[in-house]
Ligand binder design. Sequence first.
Ligand SMILES: NC(=O)c1ccc[n+]([C@@H]2O[C@H](COP(=O)([O-])OP(=O)(O)OC[C@H]3O[C@@H](n4cnc5c(N)ncnc54)[C@H](O)[C@@H]3O)[C@@H](O)[C@H]2O)c1
Length: 260
Amino acid sequence: MSIATHRPVLQGQRALVVGIANEHSIAYGCARAFRELGAELAITYLNDRARPHVKPLADTLEASVFMPLDVSTPGELEAVFESIGRQWERLDILVHSIAFAPKQDLQGGLLDCSADGFMKAMDVSVHSFVRMARLAAPLMSEGGTMFAMSYHGAQKVAPNYNVMGPVKAALEASCRYLAYELGPRKIRVHAISPGPLKTRAASGLKDFDLMLNEAMQRAPLGDLVDIMDVGFTCAYLATPFARRVTGTTMYVDGGVNIMA
Ligand SMILES: NC(=O)c1ccc[n+]([C@@H]2O[C@H](COP(=O)([O-])OP(=O)(O)OC[C@H]3O[C@@H](n4cnc5c(N)ncnc54)[C@H](O)[C@@H]3O)[C@@H](O)[C@H]2O)c1
């Protein structure tokens, strides 16, 4: 079935997607899937250096909000939500698809991770999601759905994933606690756990190609996932078809996670 034959099940929904660096970004797959299903988009870019790579994608997606956002820069997150509040008055979908750890901390084992590196990784990759949820919730006045990108290294040891294992475990737990706290407001929160994808963030992991090969060999479905697989899974979870589903870690990995 081609994408063009899908019904616009997200028509009228407004989605903020954070984490597009280029056309390979998981966040771009989410934004494209949402747009193809009828949603209106707000898109952010990290800084002036990233802008030229993200702007053409935002134009293709006809994003109505396009703003800089480095979650480590005081005030930028607030400015994005202020602008969305002013322009849209409401938000339905939030995607947090960002992660960071300093290179030397990411590439060494957990034992050798510096305190600063650990804190920075936790702040950008986890606490920023909590901050986003706090600002997004008042705009989700008719309910909504929030997503954060995790990885199976949160649950099981993935060689070379290092500090990101505990970081993603904290992210998944944060999703569950936010799902609990926001449930009474009909806001659903999910961690999404994609299989390995060749993106810029992934290129920072040692021996990433080995992870890709292993995933391909172990997947019951026999294939690697692509960014649109992730996007359409989020799109489904954002529709009323999934209105009783919250707090999950949803694997989009061809089934690798069920294997011993
Ligand atoms: N690629 C994979 O194999 C894979 C698998 C599972 C989960 N993930 C997760 O998916 C998410 C997206 O990564 P990706 O693989 O699409 O790579 P990517 O490099 O395309 O995206 C990472 C994004 O994080 C953003 N970012 C980093 N620091 C930031 C900051 N301080 N403020 C705002 N944005 C910041 C970057 O600008 C970039 O857009 C990450 O959370 C990653 O851990 C990736």
